[in-house]
Design a protein around this ligand. Sequence first.
Ligand code: KIV
Ligand code: ZN
Length: 518
Amino acid sequence: MPKDTITIFDTTLRDGEQSPGCSMNTAEKLEVANALVELGVDVIEAGFPIASPGDFEAVQLVSQQFGDRAIICGLARCRAEDIDRAWAALEDAERRRLHVFLATSSIHREFKLKMDKSDIVRSAVDMVSRAAGYCEDVEFSPEDAARTELDFLCEVVEKTIDAGATTINIPDTVGYATPAQFGSVFEHLRKHVSNIDRAVLSAHCHNDLGLAVANSLAAVQAGARQLECTINGLGERAGNAALEELVMALGTRSDYYQCPTNINTAKLFPTSRLVSNITGMKVQRNKAIVGQNAFAHEAGIHQHGMLQERTTYEIMKPEDVGYVGRNLVLGKHSGRHAFRDRVNELGYALDDTVFQSVFDDFISLADKKKEIYDSDIAALIDNRIGDSLSHWQLVSLHTSAGTGTIPTATIELQCEDEEIRRDAATGDGPVDAVFRTLDRITDIEARLEEYEVRSVSKGKDAQGEVLVEIVVSGRHYHGKGISTDIIEASAFAYLKAINKAFADVTAVADLQSAPSDT
Ligand code: KIV
Ligand code: ZN
């Protein structure tokens, strides 16, 4: 690849997954890893293997399934057991990286680590050498580098490069940096670290001041050639730098940066939707690049300008990022081929089974709804992805509600490999009755944390999209459902979340051991 190509290091599965309520199970991590590979990311940080058996398993499976298409990276503290465990998880990857980190700032040294500067240098050098004994590709991160004394940072960087680090990542762990100042850290390192040319410089920015992307771009200007980021800017607190924003800034302003990436930008929008669906973390409507309004022009003067010449008000083409707008595309008589083409154009690669279910859903939707928009198709796809992992499937739903009657729901569920189970319950309203009935049939006691309904497209016959967040045994699970009937969409969404809780081994174990009155 050309010398100035930026390596895109995605940490959605590690730093992104650390954001509250965004944890993913192994199957979901594999789905995200697959999407990241299709997107063209260079490095996938798949997890922190010592953190839990689940993390270890996820890194191992991502290594086995995708380790020939991207570099798979595992995180480790400066501890021998962390590095050994990370290496064991990466064993099956053809291309792999060990990522070792240790905090260097005075605040972290004094209050968190209780180590002085010489302890830090010794530990970092020892553990980078250990990692280099296993792997040619070793990344070292001086955590909280942005608040570290520059002369000490130079010392740590120089010694860890000597010990075998091939990438030096500069994290702004608490999102404290500002663009010009962060850029100057890179300039300083390039000027004062004698062996700096033996490593790739990388930036890892958090968004506490809303500057993660700006800081990362300043780092590129100052010589960074790897950027660490997450889809939708997911991550601890205010999140990490958003991959889609970095990639499109570098691409749209290639005249200025002249630093290309290997990302297939047309996959940005579907990847964003996938991550949002799996984590339940909504994308704000006006979010740059992947927000629903990112390419919407409402003002008459803008629309007029656009009609004369698109570039008057548009700096990127919606199709360049795989944007799913509300344009009318298909109707009842559109055939299978037209539907398959549109799905592909929207950036989705569905296997035959999922495609068939989505196509069947499309046909039944076309019976209820005259006009079908791209956003309807994307919602139908989102609704089916991950279906094969469901323990419970909705077979039938009947509700009755109205003034002067007690809202009631009667539901039948198909349980994996078992007969159909049915039950009924009353509630405050039909949605409440549905949720109570689902709790009874599945024997899972869930607390509803959030419930939201929105319209997928335009018109009174539009599909409704329901998002729910439930808490089971202290853990948060998200679900999304769509239907032209919002009660049915609510049932789908709630059942999706219940299925996730069910699939979560720890939660199931907790449920089984919990006293019956909890
Ligand atoms: O923010 C941070 O410092 C990190 C490191 C582990 C790279 O995530
Ligand atoms: Zn981080």
